[in-house]
Design a protein around this ligand. Structure first.
Ligand SMILES: NC(=O)c1ccc[n+]([C@@H]2O[C@H](COP(=O)([O-])OP(=O)(O)OC[C@H]3O[C@@H](n4cnc5c(N)ncnc54)[C@H](O)[C@@H]3O)[C@@H](O)[C@H]2O)c1
Length: 274
C-alpha cells in the first residue's frame, strides 16, 4: 500500500509507544519511516546533570527500540519539538538524505502537572505549567508542520495524523486536567490545519482519540489500573488496542481517501456512553 512512500513518526519512547505500533504497520505495508526521539541536541542550553541523563536514557531507549523492531537501517534523529533549531536540524537532515515525506504522525505530549499518578487541580495550575503543556503537546503541531513545509520536505497531498482522547471534550474520570486543555487545542489545530493545508497543498489532517493505555511510558506514568479497567467495562467493545489505533492511522495515511478535519474515535465505543 505504501510502496515508495515515507512517513515521519514522532513520539516513540520505547517498544511500547503507540507511535511504534504505527511505524511497524507502515513497514508491514511496504512503506518507509523516519523516526524522531527525544534526546540531547546541540541546542539544549544549561541542562542539569539530571536532565541530561534523562534525555540520554530516553534517546538510547528510543534508538534501541527502533533498531530492534523497525530494522538496523531505519533512519532516526533526535528532536526536542520545543526548540526551533532542533526542528531546523531535523529538516536539514531530511533534505540531506533526500527524504520527501508523504505524511507524519504527531504523538508527542507532556504535562508536568501530572506527577506519579497525582494530578494538580486546574485552579492550581501555573501559567508556566499551562504554557509548557500547550507548547509541547499542541503548538508543536504548528511548528512541526511549518518546518516541514518551509523546507519542502512535506509533499503536496500528504497526510497528518494527531493523537488525542475523549477528555479533550468531556470531563472524565481519567487523570488528565491540564493536558485535556492542550488536547482540545491540538484537536482544534488539527481542524485548522485541515482547512489551511488542504486548500493550499492538498494536505489532509485528522485526529484519532484513543482508549486509555498503560503500556507506554506516558500512559504508565499517568493512568491507574482502575481507570483502564473502568473504561474497558463501560466501552461496548472494551478498550481498543494499540494495533487498532495503528490500523486507523494507516488508513488515514492512505493516498486514495478524501477524509480530512475528522476527530475519529478508536476507543471501543467509549465515547457514545453517558
Ligand atoms: N497512553 C494513552 O492512554 C493515550 C491515549 C490516547 C492518546 N494518547 C496520546 O498518544 C501520544 C503518544 O503517547 P504514548 O501513550 O504512546 O506515550 P509515550 O510516552 O510512548 O509517548 C510520548 C512521547 O512524547 C515525547 N515527547 C515529550 N516531550 C517531547 C519534546 N519536547 N520533544 C519531542 N518529543 C517529546 C516523549 O519522548 C515520548 O516519545 C500522546 O500524544 C498521548 O497523549 C495516549
Amino acid at each position: 500500500m505504501f510502496t515508495n512512500q515515507t512517513f515521519l513518526i514522532t513520539g516513540i519512547a520505547d517498544e511500547n509507544s503507540l507511535a511504534m505500533y504505527v511505524a511497524k504497520k507502515i513497514i508491514k505495508n511496504n512503506g518507509n519511516v523516519v523516526c524522531t526521539g527525544l534526546g540531547v541536541t546541540p541546542f539544549h542550553k544549561n541542562l542539569s546533570e539530571k536532565a541530561e541523563s534523562f534525555l540520554n536514557k530516553s534517546y538510547n531507549d528510543f534508538e534501541n527500540a527502533c533498531k530492534k523492531l523497525l530494522g538496523e537501517n531505519v533512519l532516526t534523529f533526535p528532536l526536542d519539538i520545543t526548540l526551533p533549531e532542533s526542528l531546523e536540524a531535523l529538516t536539514d537532515f531530511l533534505n540531506e538524505k533526500n527524504v520527501k515525506l508523504n505524511g507524519f504522525l504527531h504523538a508527542i505530549a507532556m504535562d508536568k502537572t501530572i506527577r506519579q499518578k497525582s494530578v494538580k487541580p486546574m485552579l492550581e495550575v501555573t501559567a508556566d505549567e499551562f504554557n509548557d503543556t500547550m507548547t509541547v503537546s499542541a503548538f508543536s503541531l504548528i511548528s512541526l508542520s511549518h518546518a516541514l513545509l518551509k523546507s519542502k520536505v512535506l509533499q503536496n497531498g500528504s497526510s497528518i495524523v494527531t493523537l488525542s482522547y475523549i477528555a479533550a471534550e468531556k470531563v472524565s474520570f481519567f487523570p488528565y486536567i491540564n493536558m485535556s486543555i492542550a488536547k482540545a487545542a491540538l484537536e482544534r489545530l488539527t481542524i485548522e490545519m485541515a482547512y489551511e493545508l488542504g486548500r493550499d497543498f492538498g494536505i489532509r489532517a485528522n485526529c484519532v482519540r484513543f482508549s486509555p493505555y498503560m503500556g507506554s511510558k506516558a500512559g504508565n506514568a499517568t493512568l491507574k489500573i482502575e481507570d483502564v479497567e473502568r473504561a474497558n467495562r463501560i466501552s461496548p467493545l472494551g478498550n481498543a488496542h494499540p494495533e487498532d489505533l495503528a490500523h486507523e492511522v494507516v488508513h488515514l495515511f492512505r493516498k486514495d481517501i478524501r477524509i480530512t478535519g475528522e476527530i475519529r474515535h478508536v476507543d471501543g465505543g467509549f465515547h457514545i456512553m453517558g
